[in-house]
Design a protein around this ligand. Structure first.
Ligand SMILES: *Cc1c(COP(=O)(O)O)cnc(C)c1O
Length: 422
């Protein structure tokens, strides 16, 4: 490969990707049509914050929920205005309140853990598995205390956590398992849809996800009681409990977490197109798996049999010793080539000032010294990077160049490392 011998862009060579890469856009004329119909009707939202038919919203959101429940073969699907709202509602539905602990992974979008704080609970961070960056069931088991109420597992990057094991563990201890499935609609674990294996599952429809309606989310569950509590949190539930005789839910403060009719109509089309929008990602991921397999210093996601990864983003792990190059320098060099790389994922959440300072009744309730989750720390500091190539339109035609940039950078590892010292 000729590119390998060329000078890396970081050392003054020319870029492998000189052109700006196109952005992922998931909507088409079909979503435009659906939105126009709603606009023409003039009914942009159709909720009423009191008991009665409109407590559950209007035609578009209810149709979306019915279609979502059918698609994922689940009893209840409740739309909300974001996955963050959905996680908050799920945690409240699980009964989490003052003094209750919820076990969460450290490497995820912050809302996974802030949802617990919003419900007055205490997040307890435990380490993830090195292979997947999803929560480690053994670490979860070790962290269960008399105060534990729930566990949140995140299907990170579009791949499954060990949900069947976690569900068994939760059931054995009388805990509620919540799946944060914001990144993995259409993914599977042991032949079952992600989002539906836990007691509650939360999807996101925000603009960065594979399917979207700008902002939005869906909570799914097979449990009637949990579904009712999510509906109460979503729409001023305090007004509805008397009419319905739901006095056991008098603990609930309702919010306005309602999705609009406009978003509901757009999300219906996006759901129909989920598979169509997922397929190109899978093709690019397969080509990347193959292309990157020749580099001993790199590892990509392993997908178990019966599992389906849907690649919200494509994770890559580097062994810096074997590469002769630090992860950060590797990322810097690839970015200089114009590669679509996002570098490390989020900082282990317990290191955020919020969690370091989190206090209740004057006591610090979360104070994790650096290193408390050693695998998450190592992943964040040394090994993980990811590429959004899987979502770029026409990305399949860029895989060879992506692999060539990696080859070029690794071939110049020593020089690039030295360049760093100067
Ligand atoms: C995107 C995301 C969320 C939040 O989704 P919103 O719909 O933006 O609130 C939560 N958890 C994870 C893992 C996410 O990726």
């Amino acid at each position: 490969m000729v590119i390998t011998r060329e000078k890396p862009a970081l050392l003054g060579g020319s870029k492998v990707f000189p052109e700006p890469l196109p952005r992922y856009i998931s909507t088409s004329f079909q979503e435009t049509e659906a939105a126009i119909q709603v606009l023409k009707s003039g009914i942009l939202s159709d909720y009423i914050g009191a008991a009665g038919l409109y407590f559950m919203g209007g035609k578009q959101v209810r149709t979306l929920e019915e279609q979502w429940a059918n698609y994922f073969n689940v009893r209840h699907a409740l739309s909300v205005n974001s996955a963050t709202s959905g996680l908050h509602a799920a945690v409240i539905a699980a009964g989490v309140s003052f003094g209750d602990e919820v076990i969460v992974p450290p490497q995820t979008m912050s809302a996974t853990a802030t949802a617990v704080v919003m419900a007055n609970g205490t997040p307890v961070f435990v380490d993830h598995e090195e292979a997947s960056c999803c929560i480690d069931p053994e670490a979860v088991e070790g962290a269960i205390s008399t105060r534990t109420k729930a566990i949140i597992a995140v299907n990170l990057f579009g791949g499954p956590a060990q949900l069947v094991r976690l569900r068994k563990l939760a059931d054995r201890h009388g805990l509620i398992l919540i799946e944060d499935n914001a990144q993995a609609p259409g993914g599977q674990h042991q032949g079952r849809w992600l989002g539906t294996i836990a007691h509650l599952g939360v999807f996101s429809l925000n603009c960065h996800k594979t399917i979207q309606c700008g902002e939005g989310g869906i909570v799914v569950t097979n449990d009637d009681y949990l579904a009712r509590r999510v509906a109460l949190v979503r729409n001023h539930g305090e007004n509805a409990i008397e009419a319905e005789n739901w006095y056991e839910d008098a603990d609930i403060v309702g919010y306005n977490y309602r999705l609009t009719e406009l978003q509901g109509a757009i999300a219906q089309v996006q759901l129909q197109r989920l598979e169509e929008l997922t397929q190109p990602r899978l093709k690019i991921a397969e080509a990347l798996d193959q292309g990157l397999s020749k580099f001993k210093a790199l590892r990509t996601a392993k997908v178990g049999s019966g599992d389906r990864h849907v690649y919200y983003t494509y994770p890559i792990w580097i062994d810096p010793q074997q590469a002769g190059l630090s992860r950060d320098r590797f990322v810097e060099a690839l970015q200089a080539e114009g590669c679509p790389l996002t570098g490390r994922y989020v900082r282990p959440l317990y290191r955020l000032p919020l969690f370091q300072k989190l206090q209740q009744e004057g006591k610090t309730i979360v104070s994790h010294p650096t290193g408390v989750c050693p695998i998450a720390e190592k992943t964040y500091n040394e090994t993980l990077l990811s590429t959004t190539l899987i979502q770029i339109p026409g990305g399949i035609d860029l895989v060879d160049r992506f692999v060539a940039s990696v080859a070029k950078v690794l071939a110049h590892a020593e020089e690039l490392s030295r360049g760093k010292d100067k």
